[in-house]
Design a protein. Sequence first.
Length: 335
Amino acid sequence: MSFFAVLFALIIEQVRPLARGNLIHAGLRRWARWARRSLDAGKPQHGWVAWSVAVVVPTLGVLVVYWLLWSASGVLAFAWSVAVLYVTLGFRQFSHYFTDIRDALDDGDEASARGLLAQWRQVDASELPRSEIVRHVIEYSVLAAHRHVFGVLAWFSVLAALGLGPAGAVLYRMSEFVSRYWVHKSESTGEGASPALQGAATRAWDMIDFVPARLTALGFAVVGSFEDAIDGWRNYAQRQPPGPDSHNDGVILAATSGAVNVRLGGEALKAAFVPDTSQHFQANGADAGSPAVTESTPGREPEVAHLRSIVGLVWRSVVLWMALLALLTLARLLG
């Protein structure tokens, strides 16, 4: 059933993508804001209580609805899984920027590409050369694909196999969202979460994303250049700039670099202003904070052709995941 739920959700999302600013995401933002305001008293234990309410309560709510529907009808439970995956899973929540930037670069319009990148990441891209535009687009797109697709698939697959339905998808996406929302809300308005709550959300997200990040990197290695991807993972994953996501993101970027033979890493973009993510449930990849420098991975200089290679890498990874889900579903049906 997991295979068909993911397949239907991806098809529906491609045909009719979920609009930005939709009521569901707006409700989840309000829920996270209420949890912070009501439960964040500045102490570590209060931070974990607020995080649990913001993340675990919606997860349990989705699980309870799934069990109730399952007791009434397997078809209703399946439809619920598809609906939850449609909200939490999909490429179209971020891919329009990637497509528009690639088209602008194909047309030789680097000014438009810089403007789109600046709009996407809320950064100063006015002086970026062509190769750096491509590099940053690759990095942000790969991380967004992981957070919107592969990480969701990992947690959904594991918990669904345990009979917990789509709860894993909600746990993963809400964990990612609150870790980003509370930090940037504090930076943009000065009225955000306490350091204790931010620390709890960051540590929880780092733990939750630990295994999915490595599964994504392994998938890229399998469908790309395996030896180079593993070599990059082993030698360059820890050379990302310090940050809450550096270990997990570094694994993905290092594996991507080796898988398609492209140089990644280098000077981070400078924020044009502090991003206000309060209006966006969608993940945008690596956070564009203060400038930082990391060691570049080996590989060819980023070119527009690498953007097509990344698209192929991601879709081959999707096929790999779907094949594994199909085998697991078949095994359960036959077992």
